[in-house]
Every structure is written in C-alpha cells, then in structure tokens.
Design a protein around this ligand. Structure first.
Ligand code: 4UU
Length: 564
C-alpha cells in the first residue's frame, strides 16, 4: 500500500458544532463583530458578523419556540431536517445558520428542480419543512400536494425566505420575519457540545453509481474542512478582501466555501443570485471584489463577454475554479484576458466531491502557471492512495483511482448502508471514482472518471436517473446516458443513446424523434439535465454479460460522431 500525505503537517480539528465554531471562542475573538459578513449585490444591504449571529440565534429560537407553538407550523426539534430550496439570496445564510443554531439538519435543494425532483429529495431526506424563496412557493406547494398534503397542511411546512420584505409575498404563509426578533437561543438551548458524528448538511450526490443519495456531512466534517483548506488558500486580509459569491449555496462547493469558510476567514461575501457576466463585472467594480470562486464555463464568459472591457476589474486578484476539469489553455487564456484589462489575477484550481465535504486538493495560487491544469496538492489531514483496477496501488506517476481518508470523509449515504459500504472501505478509504496521476512534486492531475457521473457546468447529472426517466417514454425500450465534452462551452453535455420501439428511418424521421425526446425530457427535469448533447438512435445499448451498460463503448462511439 502506498499512502500519500499532504506536504503540510497534520493538525487536530476541534469537536465543536459548526455554529459554536464560527461564532464563539477563538474565531469570535479574532474577528471583530463589526466586520461585514454578507452584502446583497443588487441592493448593497450589508450585515455584520454580530448582527448575523444575533439574527441566527433569534431565528433558531423562532424555529423551535414559535413556529409550532404560535404560528401553527409543525414541531421542529434537534436532529430534524429542514430543506432550503432557493437561489442565492441575502436571506439564504440566515435560513442555514439559524437552522444549524437550533440543532436542525439542513438538506439543500437545487433551485431549478421541478416538483418531482424536489419531491424525491423531500421524501428521501425526511425533511419536515421547506425554506423557500417567495417565487418558489407554488413549486413547493405542488410538490407537497403530490405527497398528499392538504392546502392547510402545506402552510405548516413552508417558511418563506426574506428579511423585512414580507409585504412582497402571498398572504397565508409563514415568513422568516414572523420567527425573528421574538427571542434568542440561550447558550443552554444552543446546539453545543461534542458533535463529531451529528449530521449538519444533507446535500445530494449520485456518487459512483445510481440515483442521488443524501450525503451526511457532520459538524466535524465541515469544521475540519474549513480549517484544512485555509493553509492552501491565498492569505486573506481582513478588511481588504471581498469575495464575490454567485456559486449556488445549495451545492456543497458554495455551501462550504462561501458560507462557513468565509465566516472563518472574516472577509465579506457579496451575494449574487446567479452568474451573469455583466453583473459579475459590474459587482467587481462596485464592491472592489478581490476574489471569486468559479466553475470552468465562467472563464469563457470572462474571455468573450464585452463587460470584461467595460468595468474596472483591477481589484480581482484571485479566482479559483472547481467542480469540473479546467484545461490548461483556458486557464492561460483567461489569465491573459484579465491581464489585458489590468487585472493581475491568479487562477488556481480546486478539486473536491460532495462526499469529501467537499475539498481534497487545492493548487497553490503561486503555482497556478507552473503547474497549470493540475488539480493541486492534497490538503492537510488527508491521506491519498491511487489504486489500479486490480485493487493494487499503482506505481508512482501511473494513473489510478483516487482513494481518500481523513476527518472530512462523509459519515455515509443517508439510510443507504449498501451504497455507503460500496464507497467507503472498512478501514475508512473513500473511493472517488476519479482517476488521477500524482507527479514527483506531489501535484495531482485528474485524468479520467470511472464512475457514471456526468457534470454539466459543475452540476451533477446522474445517468441512472436520466435513464430511468427515458424508459418512461412511450417510444423508448432502452436507453443509456453519457457526457460528451464541448470545448465551446467548457463543459460536458448529457447525451442519450436510445433504442426506440419502432426504428425510425435515418434522416428526417430520426431527427424528429430525437427532437421529440429532447423536448419531452426538457419538460420533466431541471435545466442542467437537459439533453444538450443530443439524442442518438441506436439498435442496442452495449451491455456486459451482467447487464451493466458499457459506457466506455458509448464514449468511444461519441468521439466519432458529430451531433448538432
Ligand atoms: C476535474 O463538484 C464538487 C465539488 C467541487 C469542489 C469543491 C470545493 C471543488 C473545489 C473546491 O474547493 O462535488 P460534486 O460531488 O458535485 O462532484 C464531484 C466530482 C468529482 O468526483 C470529479 O469527477 O466533480 C468532478 N470534479 C473535478 N474534475 C470536481 N472538481 C474537479 C476538478 N477537476 N477540479
């Protein structure tokens, strides 16, 4: 067995609840309460750390002492799960941290989910209540009604998100404002004490195979990862650095690095509802933004969008890309483009997985050009192995599946011991499903993915879920879904190979059926799952003797095809 470690010495991480860790003791002593924590990009509204802490303790009190007792909501007690279903907003961190202060688990749902997709996560996670953006209330109501809740019952399970903007929403629903300002969790009521094994986040990931599963990230996982990331992050200057936050908070990348991690380092996050090139550049100028976290397609926008030339981007010194591969040429191109407008920006990469809470590798900012294209170095406290298909560790420099061990490996998949056992060995190694090489300097390169997963712009598209959906189409008898890489969009695109009941003639007839299937899927799934890579009609899905789809064969086939 060859075990690799970080070049940075390991250190112990505390056994504290996430809330206590961020707002009590050492961190609280080091960062003044008057430091801005979050800024709402569209309005400029700002909240300081001490205001945030007070509001979260107040919301936590409201959730456990007012929601059921005074407002007719359902009872919420420690360990219950609440769902957050909203695009980024100023109210989002309050919903998360207020729930955490009250000892609740939070399950974070993609805000472009359809009622059916949301319903899957609602049921699987066992959530009792949904925090949602005012515009999304109808989706949640539809979802809850599909799960048998009456109109009155749905009102007990929805909390409309917002701070001081209650007038804007439909009457009859409980609003976050109704829970605020009525009391505050005392130290005794707060969620304190050793918590290493208690779940705080339940994000959904399909892992190496199958449908999305609830990833149980514990307080210890999240507290640890924040501390472990710090030594490889560029040093931040409190009072100087400003982070632009558009990555969705509901994905673990944003949920950890834009929220608890930034509260630990003490630099404010300017919250954008979503990525939009003009607003991105405008906000950098307006808020003198110095750093941002991105996914690879954002590089294309920076290179090609006219807004890059229109605004002052000189303050932008650091952007980190993660969640999908970013090629060396794109890194150089975006670096040069930013240089041409006067910004000397470093663009390192990070690598991670939901199951690793989520970061495991970071490229040091001062080596982003010398090690361009590398996913970086192992962060401290983690051990890594590169394992061949024979289960034996590969020789140095050779590609192998990355296995990881340490305090940030998830507790497991919720209510799914079989999947947990398949992905975490008895001695604690998490099998990533990604194939890497490690060079002589300890830098890792992600070279392949052996799991089924497709990533569209950093979002997971689980093939098994797409295939199950396609099999419900009346004209389809078999289907397989893979990802095809698009240079133009710097992302994989989901492509379906389908076997129709009645084979259409090649040409126009086939094209019509492909279009029809693409449209049918569009009506049923969140936008990141649209079959943007096309629908290809085939005679047979290649399968192993055991009936497993041979995705590799389809990927090879895809390389020879050109589809509009
Ligand atoms: C090639 O995408 C994530 C988490 C990403 C992340 C988080 C914090 C990156 C940097 C960071 O600092 O999680 P999931 O669960 O949605 O997807 C995980 C999968 C990986 O298994 C891998 O296949 O996404 C892919 N992936 C990458 N691939 C993630 N980062 C990279 C990368 N290069 N840099």
């Amino acid at each position: 067995m060859t075990i690799y470690r970080s070049h940075i010495a390991d250190f112990p991480t505390p056994d504290e609840s996430l809330f206590t860790f961020l707002f009590e003791g050492k961190v609280d002593r080091e960062i003044p309460g008057a430091t801005p924590a979050f800024i709402d990009a569209p309005t400029g509204r700002t909240i300081t750390r001490s205001e945030l802490k007070a509001a979260c303790l107040s919301l936590g009190w409201g959730l456990t002492n007012i929601f059921a007792k005074k407002l007719g909501g359902v009872e919420l007690t420690r360990g219950d799960t609440v769902m957050i279903f909203s695009p980024n907003s100023f109210a989002w961190p309050f919903a998360l941290l207020g729930s955490i202060a009250a000892g609740l688990r939070t399950t974070l749902a993609n805000s472009s989910y359809t009622p059916a997709e949301l319903g899957y996560q609602w049921k699987d996670s066992g959530a009792k209540v949904v925090f949602t953006h005012p515009a999304f209330v109808p989706t949640v109501v539809t979802m809850l009604e599909a799960h048998g809740f009456s109109k009155t019952e749905t009102r007990k399970r929805i909390i409309v998100m917002g701070l001081g903007d209650k007038e804007a929403i439909a009457k009859g629903f409980i609003h976050m404002d109704d829970l605020l300002g009525k009391g505050s969790l005392s130290a005794a009521e707060r969620f304190d004490g050793p918590l290493s094994n208690e779940t705080v986040f339940l994000c959904y990931s399909s892992g190496t195979t199958g449908k999305p599963k609830g990833v149980e990230s514990t307080h210890k996982n999240i507290v640890s990862v924040c501390l472990m990331v710090q030594p490889l992050f560029p040093p931040m200057q409190m009072g100087m650095d400003v982070m632009l936050g558009f990555l969705p908070f509901y994905h673990i990348y944003g949920a950890v690095l834009l929220l608890p991690f930034m509260l630990l380092v003490g630099s404010p996050v300017v919250i954008m509802p979503q990525f939009e090139p003009e607003a991105f550049c405008q906000n950098i100028e307006k808020y003198k933004v110095s750093m941002s976290l991105i996914v690879p397609p954002v590089c294309l926008a920076i290179i090609h969008h006219p807004a890059t030339n229109k605004y002052n981007l000189k303050t932008l010194r650091f952007i980190m890309s993660g969640a999908a591969p970013l090629g060396a040429s794109l890194i150089s191109a975006v670096h040069n483009k930013l240089k041409s407008v006067g910004a000397n920006t470093v663009i390192p990469q990070g690598y991670g997985l939901t199951e690793m809470s989520p970061v495991s590798h970071l490229l040091p900012h001062d080596q982003f050009l010398s090690k361009v294209g590398s996913a970086g170095l192992l962060i401290p406290n983690l051990e890594a192995r590169l394992v061949g298909i024979d289960g034996v560790d590969v020789k140095p420099g050779e590609p192998g599946e990355l296995w990881l061990r340490g305090p940030t490996v998830m507790k497991g998949y919720l209510n799914n011991p079989t999947a947990t056992k398949e992905s975490i060995t008895a001695d604690g190694w998490y099998k990533t499903g990604d194939v890497c090489t490690r060079d002589a300097d300890g830098f890792y390169h992600i070279v392949d993915r052996i799991k089924e997963l497709i990533k569209y712009k950093g979002f997971q598209v689980p093939p098994a879920e797409m295939e199950a959906l396609l099999l419900q189409h009346p004209k389809i008898v078999d289907a397989a879904v893979i990802g095809v890489y698009s240079e133009e969009e710097a992302t994989e695109l989901p492509r379906a190979y389908v076997v129709p009941k009645v084979k259409p003639a090649p040409g126009a007839e086939s094209a019509t059926l492909s279009k029809e299937i693409q449209e049918w899927v569009r009506e049923r799934v969140a936008k990141h799952k649209f079959l943007r890579g096309g629908v290809v009609i085939i005679d047979q899905v290649p399968k192993s003797a055991a009936g497993k789809i041979l995705r590799r064969q389809l990927r090879d086939l895809a390389k020879t095809e050109y589809i509009l």
